[in-house]
Design a protein around this ligand. Structure first.
Ligand code: ADP
Ligand code: MG
Length: 666
């Protein structure tokens, strides 16, 4: 039943099927398991008299008068006056010319959208026209499948499988935690009968996923084999610190000490090193590599990009080559011959250390005596990478480094199979980025400041707001802002990048900005990190209220990389939440607060496959559930012969081990 092909569902023609296929939705089950990313509550529309800028809500209103159409470059704007018994407003749509015919005067509309104030007029911008009252699902967009078709197909899929989604959670567990039945949960997670039913559905789905995930993590841990044990004495740790041109922070000291303890133990090290950008993770990793080399074993350091690998390679060489260590580089861009030579050097032990990209763990690479593997900036948790490296012989020690601070409570659970070291201290001498919340009324002052910095020779980023997951709208907003800035600041050279551009064009513009050929870079958030421009000292973030705190903190980390005093402006009405950023540069505190406010699901991007994002997003702020499932997984693992445990372990293997394995292979 569940593996039925989607073509059996009404309303899905070949092109939509193809679009779904591309998005990874192949079966009826896939569709049902693709839960909404949000809901719209249309049960109680807001009276127009209560509408105010910034409010996102449903309204039930009538079209008052003929809609009008206005043409602008690349834009067709449709406007309709709407009114209800309490007041009136204007609804505006962009590039949806067919609407004009449908919006005949007097038509009753159920609209959902956000109000804003433009030129003194209260507008609902691009509202969705809904057909039914109730709580309706919003799915992550699939290009080529309109939202309504998505919703209807999902409804049909649920109907088709009605009563046939087997409930595999043992009855005992369901009862103990008061979890609703699975069919009920799936229906209500998509089309909730009430707010209570939705909450109960989400709790059930979250519980199941988190419990299985944590069970899978325990399984990984118990599968671990004997590790490579090292021998060195504490003096070596001191010797290493003396190699550096700076004294270590106490956080760095502590972290390396924790690693040294792991390396000398029989069980393989499996440790996560977390620390904000600039906290000095590389030095600690080099320390672990040094100890490995001193124990007569090989160490590998894997970076996510060629550029980073190059940089680490040069640093490692500068530090270790004078001591006699042989350091090699292995990346995908080497010639065939160089590859062969690198493989030879690793297999023969001619290299003591190697720095590289994923090429380090592809087929055909074998090591003489690999003792340590470090992966840097591990966005996708390579939870199982060590099994891949350790297929022959003993498991090497593994260190994973991450620059995304996440709250301790959460990391204990999500990285359940890793021990954690934290660098919660920046090296001395850094000046924190000055952060200010800028209300709309102070925008001109802010631009004046930006211009002044440009005149001083600095550069600035302007980041456009997140728009409900639509790249097209984001690109349009970025374009508008770009044009506005060119008009307002004619003496500055303004450049634009957005996610709709071809990769080559994006790269070229980023590179031009890096070279200093542009003063101000307007970009959407799609344009990800990776750019390092020490001369950039100002970051402006538009509609900052739409971002998570952790995300704002990450964006802010793009400035303050050089010797200049740096500034971050959050354009938004001041709130308690945003003010936190003006008060602290501590990524962990910020992440903690973010989790409290937005729930743990938001802390992870989609790139982090292998993480139970579904469960995490489902629990919203209810972090209690993390602890409950964590404890339940532990309790189950203590009773391996209990039928309940067997059932859960079987499910966890089926649902998660494969996924964790995938992570290692991509
Ligand atoms: P990240 O944690 O972001 O990977 P890096 O390891 O790249 O940080 O370190 C950032 C910079 O700080 C580097 O230039 C490094 O040499 C320097 N650094 C690291 N530790 C210290 C320290 N204890 N004192 C002074 N500078 C340090
Ligand atoms: Mg780093």
């Amino acid at each position: 039943m569940m593996d039925l092909q989607l073509s059996r569902l009404p309303g899905l023609g070949p092109s939509r099927l193809q679009a779904l296929d591309k998005a990874g939705v192949h079966t009826v089950r896939d569709l049902v398991m693709r839960l909404p990313v949000a809901y719209r509550d249309l049960t109680a529309p807001t009276p127009l008299s209560q509408a105010r800028p910034g409010l996102e809500c449903a309204v039930a209103a009538r079209v008052a008068g003929e809609p009008t159409e206005q043409l602008a470059p690349r834009l067709r704007i449709t406007r309709a006056r709407i009114c209800d018994a309490t007041g009136e407003a204007v609804a505006v749509w962009y590039n949806q010319p067919w609407l004009k015919k449908q919006l005949h005067p007097g038509r009753e509309l159920l609209l959902y959208g956000r109000f804003s104030l433009r030129r003194g007029e209260l507008q609902m911008v691009s509202p969705v026209i809904e057909r039914e009252r109730g709580i309706v699902p919003v799915y992550k967009a699939v290009a080529g499948v309109p939202p309504r078709a998505m919703r209807e197909a999902t409804r049909a899929a649920l109907e088709m499988g009605r009563g046939q989604w087997p409930d595999e959670l043992p009855e005992g567990i369901r009862r103990r935690y008061g979890l609703c039945e699975r069919n009920f949960a799936l229906f209500n997670a998509h089309f909730p009968l009430s707010a209570e039913a939705l909450a109960s559905a989400r709790r059930r789905i979250a519980f199941e996923e988190l419990l299985l995930f944590q069970t899978a993590l325990s399984l990984l841990r118990s599968d671990a084999r004997e590790g490579v044990q090292m021998e060195f004495d504490d003096a070596q740790i001191e010797n290493f610190w003396k190699l550096l041109s700076f004294p270590p922070t106490s956080a760095q000291r502590r972290a390396l000490y924790e690693m040294a303890r792991d390396l000398r133990a029989t069980a393989p090290m499996a440790r996560l090193l977390q620390g904000d950008v600039g906290s000095g993770k590389t030095a600690v990793a080099f320390g672990a590599m040094y100890l490995t080399w001193k124990s007569g074993l090989q160490a590998a350091l894997m970076a996510p990009t060629e550029v980073l690998a190059q940089q680490h390679f040069q640093d490692a060489q500068a530090l270790f080559a004078p001591l006699g260590a042989r350091v090699g580089l292995l990346t995908g861009s080497l010639t065939k011959k160089q590859h062969a030579q690198a493989h030879e050097a690793l297999a023969q032990g001619a290299w003591d250390m190697v720095v590289g990209t994923h090429a380090l763990i592809t087929e055909g690479v074998s090591y003489k005596n690999l003792g340590l593997v470090v992966t840097d900036e591990q966005h996708r948790f390579g939870v199982r990478q060590r099994t891949r490296l350790g297929q022959k012989g003993e498991s090497p020690n593994v260190l994973v480094m991450s620059a995304t601070p996440i709250p301790r409570t959460l990391s204990l659970i999500v990285y359940g199979d890793l021990d954690i070291s934290i660098l919660d201290e920046l090296p001395p001498g850094r000046t924190p980025v000055q952060t200010r919340v800028v209300p709309e009324g102070r925008r001109r002052d802010m631009y004046g400041f930006v211009l002044q910095k440009v005149r001083e020779g600095r550069q600035a980023y302007v980041v456009c707001p997140l728009v409900d997951k639509s790249e097209a709208v984001e690109a349009r907003d970025a374009q508008e802002l770009y044009e506005e800035l060119r008009k307002l600041l004619p003496e500055a050279r303004v450049a634009l990048v957005h996610g709709r551009m071809k990769a080559a064009e994006k790269d070229a513009r980023l590179e031009a900005f890096r070279r200093g050929d542009a003063d101000i870079l307007v970009s959407t958030t799609v344009v990800e990190v990776g750019v390092n421009v020490p001369n950039a000292s100002v970051m402006v973030i538009e509609n900052a209220e739409r971002f998570g705190l952790a995300q704002l903190h990450q964006l802010r980390g793009r400035v303050g990389r050089g010797k200049y005093e740096s500034w971050c402006f959050l354009v938004a009405e001041p709130t308690e939440r945003l003010r936190l950023l003006t008060q602290t540069a501590d990524g962990f505190r910020i992440a903690e607060k973010d989790m409290e406010l937005r729930g743990p699901g938001e802390l992870f991007g989609e790139r982090q496959s292998g993480v139970p994002t579904l469960g995490l997003s489902m629990i919203a702020g209810d972090t209690q559930l993390l602890k409950l499932t964590h404890d339940e997984a532990r309790a189950l693992m203590k009773r391996p012969d209990d039928p309940q445990t067997r059932q859960i372990v079987a499910l966890a293997r089926r649902e998660f081990l494969a996924r964790l394995e995938d992570v290692a292979l991509n």
